[in-house]
Design a protein around this ligand. Structure first.
Ligand code: DGP
Ligand code: NA
Ligand code: NA
Length: 198
């Protein structure tokens, strides 16, 4: 049987990475984190995110993040075909939402283009947390996109891009005020209800 691909999306500091790690353990699966800063393209992305003087055009940034996902696609497909479950911390929806947040007039078809053909998640969680709570979390404000005004735009773009009304694989999960354990419980109950735990 093919492995399950479960994706966790959300704003910066929403708790995605923590939950992705916990779920990967519980499912005895592999964790993939995007951007993966360890690859050749990931190193450029890391420089872009951490060095405010490093300039790249919006289009280049968009294509680099997509290329970073393609760097891992063969490995991802191999694991899934061998029956290994994979949990992902960010993926295509982050690519669309962050680029759209920079320029709302951007052609969404163009934004999707470079990601067409990547393996599709069986389930996507979008974790929502209030801006007040996000602002209090560790490390906030250190990297390029971690500014409240921009994160508000990203949230709006995520909700536009995640077609929760027509796409049954999308679950928007309000985790505001929840502890790590409470959040895991909430996510796990959805995984179980969909029969994806086995
Ligand atoms: P993280 O390591 O999850 O905090 O991600 C680093 C930053 O990169 C974060 O601000 C979100 C942003 N990001 C993640 N994926 C993409 C993408 O595909 N495109 C763009 N433009 N930004 C992304
Ligand atoms: Na971040
Ligand atoms: Na993270």
């Amino acid at each position: 049987m093919r492995g399950r691909l479960i994706l966790i999306e959300g704003l910066d500091r929403s708790g995605k990475s923590t939950q992705a790690e916990i779920l990967a353990n519980r499912l005895n699966g592999q964790l993939f984190k995007f951007p993966d800063r360890s690859t050749p393209i990931g190193e450029i992305i890391n420089k872009f995110l951490t060095d405010p003087t490093f300039e790249l055009s919006d289009e280049s940034v968009h294509l680099l993040f997509s290329a970073n996902r393609w760097e891992k696609a063969a490995q991802l497909n191999k694991l899934l075909s061998e029956g290994t479950h994979v949990i992902m911390d960010r993926y295509v929806y982050s690519g669309i939402a962050y680029s759209l947040a920079k320029d709302k007039s951007r052609d969404v078809e163009w934004l999707y283009g470079p990601d067409v053909g990547l393996p599709k998640p069986d389930l996507t969680f979008f974790l929502t947390v209030s801006m007040e709570e996000l602002g209090t979390r560790k490390g906030w404000g250190e990297e390029r996109y971690e500014k409240e005004q921009f994160q508000l735009k990203v949230k709006e773009c995520f909700l536009k891009v995640l077609r929760v009304d027509t796409d049954p694989t999308i679950e928007i999960v309000d985790v505001n005020g929840l502890s790590i354990d409470e959040t895991t419980l909430k996510l796990w109950s959805i995984i179980e209800a969909r029969g994806l735990e086995g």
